[in-house]
Design a protein around this ligand. Structure first.
Ligand SMILES: [Zn+2]
Length: 311
């Protein structure tokens, strides 16, 4: 099966033609100048037509367009339900109608984290497993879950995808979701500057010299021996590990797949989470496999075929 695929990020969209487990052709379009999602759709459609031409197919010959969106979506109707400061015009848009008119194929809209899980299960780190939890550690904390080979969606399409908003510290930092002490508020790139500045000793630490307080800075300075950076790094590792145990308890997976930009920071993240999960998750049947995501930015694109084949 050939499919069109879009993975929509905050400032760009990755547009592709995929065939089963291969990305046949792919193009990234910048959406910096676009006004909302409505303003971005023409550039996305043009990019899809270009990648289809490069792949040697007409867009209309593809089985459909799998569209990964960074928010809550109703996957049964193809409507966006809720956004978080990105593409706030999206809930008012008729995306299936746009897709039919611009590309001549049906649309399947899905949350981007769910689409990435489908990709990792189809062609990556979770291949062969029917019970999967995936978490992405980065600007925010994404999550998704599959139980018995079916994506967990829930009554209001938000089951599984709010794993970053499980509570790690009930007396913790305020989160953008309205919660307090969410995993995302305690250990994500957007929260990191505030976390660093609140750490005792920050003003005289090596971190204070960084213009940009991201995980590259924190892991780098920790490796160089800075005590404050080490404290921030180790606290974030414990937050992610606690979140991972909570997700294992909530959704009973066989495998936990961990991806996102934070995984680029050396080899420390996965072993720390794995050790904590194996020590603290209540899994009398055995041990949850903890694996690094294998597909990187291609994961959501490679979720297209299984999404379109889903019954
Ligand atoms: Zn939250």
């Amino acid at each position: 099966m050939r499919a069109l695929a879009v993975d929509l990020g905050g400032s760009h969209a990755s547009c592709a033609v995929v065939a089963d487990r291969d990305v046949v052709a792919r193009e990234t379009v910048s959406l910096e100048a676009a006004r909302g999602l409505a303003g971005a759709l023409p550039a996305i459609a043009e990019a899809l037509l270009r990648v289809a031409a490069r792949a040697g197919v007409a867009a209309g010959e593809c089985a459909g367009l799998a569209f990964g969106f960074c928010g809550l979506v109703d996957s049964s109707t193809g409507r966006v339900l809720s956004t978080n400061a990105k593409y706030d015009d999206a809930p008012g848009l008729d995306l299936p109608g746009w897709c039919r008119a611009a590309l001549g194929v049906p649309l399947r809209l899905e949350n981007d984290a769910r689409l990435a899980l489908l990709g990792e299960r189809h062609a990556g780190a979770a291949r062969g497993f029917d019970d999967v939890v995936m978490v992405t550690l980065g600007t925010g904390i994404g999550g998704s879950a599959m139980i018995g080979g079916r994506l967990l969606r829930g009554k209001h399409f938000q089951a599984g995808v709010l794993g970053g908003h499980l509570v790690a510290d009930f007396e913790g930092r305020p989160c953008t979701c309205g919660g307090v002490g969410c995993v995302e508020a305690e250990a994500s790139t957007w929260a990191l500057p505030g976390i660093c500045r609140a750490m005792p000793g920050y003003a005289t630490s090596a971190l204070a010299r960084h213009e940009r307080l991201d995980f590259e800075a924190v892991f780098g300075e920790a490796a160089a021996g800075d005590a404050v950076a080490t404290a921030v790094r180790d606290r974030c590792l414990r937050v992610w590990a606690a979140g991972a145990v909570a997700m294992v308890h909530a959704w009973d997976p066989e495998v936990l797949v961990i991806g996102g930009g934070v995984m680029r920071e050396g080899g420390a993240v996965l072993p720390a989470i794995e050790a904590h999960v194996h020590a603290h998750a209540w899994t009398p049947w055995g041990q949850v496999a903890v694996r690094a995501a294998a597909l990187g930015e291609r994961a959501a694109l490679l979720g297209a075929v299984p999404l379109l084949q889903e019954r």
